[in-house]
Design a protein around this ligand. Structure first.
Ligand code: COA
Length: 260
């Protein structure tokens, strides 16, 4: 499928989704959000796609935020709708995506860009990356999940500081804050991220989907994550992947998961 603002390519079960508006530092306009939703919805059904790497084109930015030019004249109702629609179509959709989504942060990840990276299941940054939620400098609060996901990742005090100061932190600070899992050089970012995807691909993706649901349950209001884990654990026993994984282990061979 052809997109105006995305490059979507598949190679050996890894789907590369690259946000491609470099002249606007890959800022998320409405059209890009719609295209990202479509790309992820297709990837959900596509049997070839097992892991998704999300990144930005060019050397400067992952995503420099939501496209400010699109909402500068919005009313409170329109603003609320923008946040609700974006969260449902993209940010929550990615966070609850049944296949692993890794954000490869190759430069600025600001506002909606950092919110998108935080919606991914985990993050790897290159050493030139800069991250922040500068919305209060525009008279806004983060609206794509940033007030919720940033404290979950870095802790309340650090999130308060980052959001109140509207400041940026560099990749190494983000690593110390647990906002990203690894930092690489710019040139190593994709290879390192692919290495991580390859490790994931060796495992049962049926079980990984169950793990995503169980981990996310911890962050859902009114849901007991331990109960969710017990349910998911039990369900695994009825899968072909479980049969293959355990019999491969017991017969000392590598598992070849049917769900792969
Ligand atoms: N929305 C719309 N356009 C954006 C954008 C955004 N969030 N971020 C960058 N752009 C555009 C700029 O307007 C500029 O377009 P132009 O060349 O047509 O004028 C282009 O991208 C390049 O950005 P520029 O500001 O010239 O680059 P820079 O290197 O001087 O600064 C940043 C880089 C990231 C510091 C700066 O672009 C910035 O502060 N962006 C906004 C970040 C933000 O507040 N995001 C949260 C939005 S809720």
């Amino acid at each position: 499928m052809d997109y105006k603002n995305l490059i979507v390519e598949i190679d050996e079960n890894i789907l590369y989704v690259t946000i491609n508006r470099p002249s606007k530092l890959n800022a998320l306009n409405k059209e890009t959000i719609k295209e990202l939703h479509e790309a992820f919805a297709d990837a959900k059904e596509d049997e070839e796609t097992k892991v998704i790497i999300l990144t930005g084109s060019g050397e400067k930015a992952f995503v420099a935020g939501a496209d400010i030019s699109e909402f500068s004249d919005f009313s409170p109702e329109e603003g609320k709708h923008l946040a609700a629609e974006g969260q449902a179509k993209l940010f929550d959709y990615v966070a609850n995506f049944p296949k692993p989504v890794i954000a490869a942060i190759n430069g600025f990840a600001l506002g909606g860009g950092l919110e998108l990276a935080m919606a991914a299941h985990f993050r790897i940054a290159s050493d030139n990356a800069k991250m922040g939620l500068p919305e209060v400098s525009l008279g806004l609060v983060p609206g794509y999940g940033g007030t919720q996901r940033l404290p979950q990742l870095v802790g309340k005090g650090r999130a308060m500081e980052m959001i109140m100061t509207a400041g940026m932190i560099d990749a190494n600070q983000a690593l110390r804050y647990n906002l990203v899992n690894h930092v690489t050089t710019q040139e190593d970012l994709m290879e390192f991220t692919e290495g991580m995807a390859d490790k994931i691909l060796k495992n049962s993706l049926v079980a990984i989907s169950a793990a995503i649901r169980a981990i996310n349950a911890n962050y859902e209001a009114g849901v007991n994550g331990f109960e969710a884990e017990i349910e998911e654990f039990g369900k695994c026993f009825g899968t072909e992947d479980f049969e293959e994984g355990t019999s491969a282990f017991l017969s000392k061979r590598k598992a070849d998961f049917p769900g792969r």
